[in-house]
Ligand binder design. Sequence first.
Ligand code: HEC
Ligand code: HEC
Length: 313
Amino acid sequence: MGSAWLIRLTILAGAGLVVAAGGLVITRPQRIEPSRLAGFSADLANGAYLFDAAGCASCHAAPKAEGPERFKLGGGRRLATPFGTFHVPNISPDRRTGIGTWTVAEIVDAIAAGVGRDGSHQYPAMPYASYGRMSLADAHDLAAFLKTLPAVENEVPPHELGFPFGIRLGIGLWKLVNFNPGPVVALPAATPEVLRGRYLVEGPGHCGECHTPRDAGGGTLRSRWLAGAPAMEGPGRVPDLTPHPKALGPWSVADITGYLETGFKPDGDTAGGPMVEVIDNTARLTPEDRRAIALYLKAVPAIAPEPRPVTVK
Ligand code: HEC
Ligand code: HEC
């Protein structure tokens, strides 16, 4: 090998290192600047409301938890995904097995920035891509509220993820593409009510995490926002929520608010699957907020649902 080759190789390797180092800098976990949280007082009633609006119990409490059990966030549920199995962590204030030693600011980082206490990226199985759209004041109130909940002693095993998904560093790249805390649907002429609905659906309500299909990289497809998606577990589909005639077009605003309160569809059928736990939460919102959600769903672009796969008998 001639020296010209050696020089070229050295330059290439050097360039490679610079790109890799640059990549690590751009994709490194970004905490929320502490000064942005300074001066917030903890409004615990608002934190409790956000807890319902954001459905934290749906993953972090025991399955089918009701009443006071919804506030016992000992974790332990398994979430099976194409990338492996996640074991939902204990986020109760237990000091040994939960997050009792975390500061409010560290909890806000996990909710709204997808950064763990040790400064590493959180997996997007925790829906911070949506929660990142919460106002910092709301995220702060919610974090302060979590600290008031009962401590639950429960050791949760580590996630079981295949290579390379076990490497948290790679999540930085996912975030670069998919973590965009701005609004999804631009609604320039919307009323404050519709904008409140957008906030609730795109942010804390994280409705798009189930109702929007994902690309190969696991990011939600903005071109098919809320247009329905394959069910995460089992066959079947999560329905299209856009105002398309084959989707929620025929539902009135009252049909939608009624469903979010009681689970009854206009045809008398009742909600099933993972939507049952969502309605457990939306039923606790104010009627004004359920109406805001319905008005937003009427304002998003109408997109035809994917045709159902033909079942061969
Ligand atoms: C769809 C299920 C799901 C929902 C809903 C959810 N989480 Fe999580 N959460 C997870 C998973 C999975 C992790 C683990 C992520 C990781 O290991 O990177 C997690 C991690 C966390 C952590 C970090 C815990 C630790 O030990 O590292 C906190 C704090 C947290 N969630 C708070 C919340 C709050 C507050 C809410 C409601 C606003 C919420 N989560 C809603 C699934 C969920
Ligand atoms: C954990 C996944 C998940 C989340 C999060 C979720 N949904 Fe759903 N949703 C479903 C599933 C699954 C169904 C179908 C339920 C059934 O089979 O009865 C559904 C059904 C619905 C329906 C009825 C549509 C129809 O045509 O029958 C509406 C309306 C709806 N969801 C609104 C929402 C709103 C608003 C949010 C956010 C506040 C939300 N969903 C969050 C999974 C989810």
